[in-house]
Design a protein around this ligand. Structure first.
Ligand code: ZN
Length: 435
């Protein structure tokens, strides 16, 4: 299991403890539960002699899922980990829908309204809302973690590959001289450039090899402009021919063109980097190539949270991660800005937005419902609840969704904080795909 966060009486973070110790602290009444999701304790007595070692939060940003890991650099232990699931796609869809409704409304000739084109200016640093939501998710979680555990540094995967390592083969540093790390950076570059598929048969989801367009034996260089990706079959079939002779003249032209959108692909990452700087913690930046290299060398399987644990040159040589079961944290959004629902013609269909609390519960609260034996859905249900207009609550539990639960049987464990929580099932962690 991940460790449990511990706060002192003044809510200052102490070293996270093991679940066994947390149980003992609770049993002896030395601590109380501060928060259930993620599990955090607060001590009842002062601990002036408590020793605090700074921990490192490591971030692997992704478009759908970002990995987060808190690592103790001295012991090499992964203290806590999570996969943060973004809602960029939902944000995009909601805005598209809003745009359609507004456009439709404008095109109806109801009354004259002066056109108001180009009267708005985007503030500097503006990003599309779908990207902004991803950035804010990570920002929120780094801020939260810094309140619950003693963070001393950030490791951040700021780019997919190191442009320096590609352009300058004589780069300093032992890892680069041995060539292994530079190889990983190169592979990441080629994967992005050739769209993660075989350049010849266009198949995806298969192992790809770095392939020389003009073969080495015929004077082809090792430069990026002469390299592409091919599956084993195509690579062997091509043999000692050039791409032109093999029947793919356009590949030679495509390889010569540098990857133009490499910078664009990294834009969101750098925007997030700027935000992380505001935390005041020292940030170590790294690349995806380095993450993969670290991961393979330590024999760690590929998941988002384990990728996060392997970000950066500071990764401990012996990384202890086997005991961790990561939290799966899903961004749910807070509220709906729309005042009422529209029909397909953009005409108001429902009454104005109502108060969002029902019997002192709000959609998104995590509740524990104890339903008596003689009723439908009897038993204990713990999960995120949604208030329905009919009055009954719907609770999303680990086993599935239960409906029509009366508020009378519910107690709130935690107020809505915009996220849904699950701990990864142990079997899922055990059957991780090995590298
Ligand atoms: Zn192929």
């Amino acid at each position: 299991m991940s460790r449990v966060f511990v706060l002192d009486q003044q809510r200052r973070p102490l070293m996270p403890c093991t679940p066994a110790r947390a149980r003992l602290l609770l049993k002896q009444n030395k601590a109380a539960v501060f928060r259930g999701f993620p599990f955090t304790l607060i001590l009842r007595e002062a601990h002036p002699k408590a020793v605090v070692q700074p921990l490192r939060v490591k971030i692997d940003p992704g478009s759908r899922t970002s990995g987060l890991a808190v690592v103790n650099d001295t012991t090499g232990e992964v203290v806590w980990a999570a996969e943060l699931i973004h809602r960029g796609e939902q944000v995009h869809q909601a805005l598209t829908k809003r745009r359609e409704v507004r456009r439709e409304r404008r095109s109806r000739h109801t009354r004259y309204r002066q056109p108001r084109w180009r009267n708005r200016r985007r503030p500097t640093g503006w990003l599309p809302p779908s990207l902004e939501s991803r950035i804010q998710n990570v920002e929120t979680w780094v801020a939260r973690l810094s309140r619950w555990c003693p963070l001393g540094a950030i490791s951040y995967e700021a780019a997919r590959f190191d442009t320096q390592a590609l352009q300058n083969p004589e780069i300093e540093g032992t890892e680069y001289q041995h060539g292994a790390l530079a190889g990983y950076e190169l592979k990441e570059y080629l994967l992005l450039k050739w769209g993660h598929k075989c350049a010849y048969c266009k198949r995806t989801g298969i192992p790809l090899q770095v392939e020389h367009i003009v073969p080495k034996m015929r004077g082809g260089s090792h430069r990026v402009g002469n390299l592409t990706l091919a599956c084993e079959k195509c690579n062997q079939k091509k043999g000692n021919q050039t791409a032109h002779e093999f029947g793919f003249p356009h590949i030679q032209a495509q390889a010569q063109a540098p990857l133009k959108d490499a910078a664009a692909a990294n834009n969101t990452r750098w925007a997030l980097y700027e935000r992380l700087k505001r935390t005041g913690l020292p940030i170590e930046t790294s690349t995806g190539g380095r993450t993969k290299w670290n991961r393979k060398r330590r024999g760690v399987p590929k998941t988002h949270w384990l990728d996060a644990a392997n970000v950066g040159p500071s990764t401990p040589e012996l990384l202890r991660w086997q005991h961790v079961r990561p939290w799966l944290i899903r961004a749910m959004g807070q509220q709906n800005r729309q005042m009422c629902r529209m029909d397909k013609r953009g005409f108001p269909r429902t009454k104005a937005k109502k108060k969002s609390t029902k019997h002192d519960f709000q959609t998104g609260d995590i509740v524990r419902a104890v339903v008596p034996a003689h009723l439908k859905n009897s038993g204990v249900h713990v999960g995120r609840m949604a208030a329905k207009a009919s009055g009954g609550f719907t609770i999303a539990t680990k086993k599935g969704t239960v409906t029509d639960i009366s508020y009378r049987y519910c107690t709130r464990l935690q107020r809505n904080d915009g996220y849904g929580y699950l701990i990864a099932i142990k079997e899922e962690c055990d059957s991780l795909p090995l590298p």
